[in-house]
Design a protein around this ligand. Structure first.
Ligand code: NAD
Length: 369
């Protein structure tokens, strides 16, 4: 039985609650003889700030570097709203992404038929939806320099963020998108704003060049603002969408509302493959935050967390059958009608975090029999 080393960073708010359910899933896979998982846990975000005065410690960074995959819960909350910018909870997440070189963020937006009515859009627009957004994660305007607020001679303030992309940065995320499209619907939409941004002009040129190596994949260029509109107008036209860090942040949040609830959305962040081992660094995390409004109440939906682990099995650990099994267990539990509060219809009985986790494990047992 293959064995993997996972570094778990539960974080703040509902992060630890959903991580408990994931640990039970990891144990199930070991007990079923499918794959075993050695785990270590660390602190990130507000929890790390309370313990060490920073958003992640050096020793936890070292464990993250050494792991086969990092599994991250969520960070942040009102308790840490006023702490210095460089040690705020999100700084832990940004440090992990940067130091592990996680340049590709994959966010699927899948609408389970059982949940089509929970979407903000009409059932016929979203039922069966399966979009994957490949967002560049370590470049662009969130990291570009200069990044500052300066006071001008007249006393007025001036804020600058800088959007920067190099050919190499665009090429590698484009390749991820085309490779993924090959395993799915065979279509890539590249979203940028070449009409008003130089970085968009280069983005379009480079993606076009990379696309020439993928004759079996259809490439369409789309302006990012039109992409946002099309996502709510006719979302099923999309298969893979590739975009920069800023547009990816926004477009993936739009796509998330097509699927019903933030509590359903997993994500993966991948680094470049090591030239010798072929392995890449990776981190898997739910899209949602620490949900302070429901933290500690046992109400959080653990599916985004468990679905993130299914992505780890698929994209980093090479356990495709195990990933299929876990995705099927989630779909079957939803099809059986079980709902946490965030995805329940008005007036419908909802279960808590533990019941949802236990139902998925029970279903895994039935499917594996
Ligand atoms: P949020 O995602 O935490 O919550 C938004 C809404 O969705 C809330 O009503 C919440 O109860 C609900 N929700 C989220 N996840 C859920 C789940 N699994 N099950 C059921 N309901 C769920 O976003 P927010 O309220 O804007 O932010 C709260 C804190 O989280 C802030 O400190 C923010 O900075 C942080 N945050 C962290 C991350 C991250 O760790 N990756 C991402 C976004 C926000």
């Amino acid at each position: 039985m293959a064995s993997y080393n996972l570094f778990l960073l539960p974080g703040d708010g509902i992060g630890p609650e959903i991580m408990v359910e994931l640990k039970a899933i990891l144990n199930w896979f070991g007990a079923a003889g499918i794959a075993s998982f050695e785990t270590e846990s660390g602190l990130v975000g507000g929890a790390a700030y309370d313990a060490h005065g920073k958003a992640i410690s050096e020793s936890d960074m070292a464990l993250a570097q050494a792991a086969d995959s990092v599994i991250f819960g969520a960070v942040g909350g009102p308790k840490w709203a006023d702490i210095p910018y460089d040690v705020r909870p999100e700084a832990g997440l940004l440090r992990l992404r940067k130091d592990l070189g996680l340049f590709a963020n994959l966010r699927p937006a899948i609408c389970y038929p059982a949940l089509a009515d929970a979407s903000a859009l009409k059932r016929e627009l979203v039922e069966g939806l399966d979009i994957l957004i490949a967002r560049e994660l370590t470049g662009g305007v969130y990291f570009g320099e200069p990044k500052e607020i300066v006071t001008l001679e007249n006393g007025e303030k001036r804020a600058v963020d800088t959007q920067v992309y190099t050919t190499h940065e665009i090429e590698r995320i484009a390749r991820v998108a085309f490779d993924l499209a090959r395993t799915r619907g065979g279509k890539v939409h590249s979203a940028e704003k070449h009409n008003v941004m130089k970085s968009g002009v280069l983005w379009k040129q480079v993606v076009t060049e990379v696309g020439k190596g993928y004759a079996d994949v259809t490439l369409e260029h789309i302006l990012a603002d039109n992409c946002a509109m099309q996502l709510v107008r006719r979302p099923k036209q999309f298969d893979v969408i590739v975009c920069d860090n800023l547009f990816g942040d926004i477009l993936s949040d739009v796509a998330s509302m097509l699927t019903g609830s933030l509590g359903m959305l997993p994500s993966a962040s991948l680094g470049a493959p090591d030239p010798v081992t072929g392995k890449h660094k990776s981190m898997y995390e739910p899209v949602h935050g620490s949900a302070p409004d429901i933290a500690g109440k046992g109400l959080a939906n653990p599916i985004a967390m468990i679905g993130s682990f299914a992505m780890a099995l698929r994209y980093s650990l090479g356990q495709i059958e195990a990933a299929d099994l876990l995705d099927k267990a989630i779909a079957n539990v939803l099809a059986s009608g079980l709902r946490t509060k965030d995805i329940a219809a008005a007036g419908q009985n909802a279960v808590g975090t533990k019941e949802m986790g236990a139902a998925i494990i029970k279903e895994l047992g039935s499917l594996a029999r």
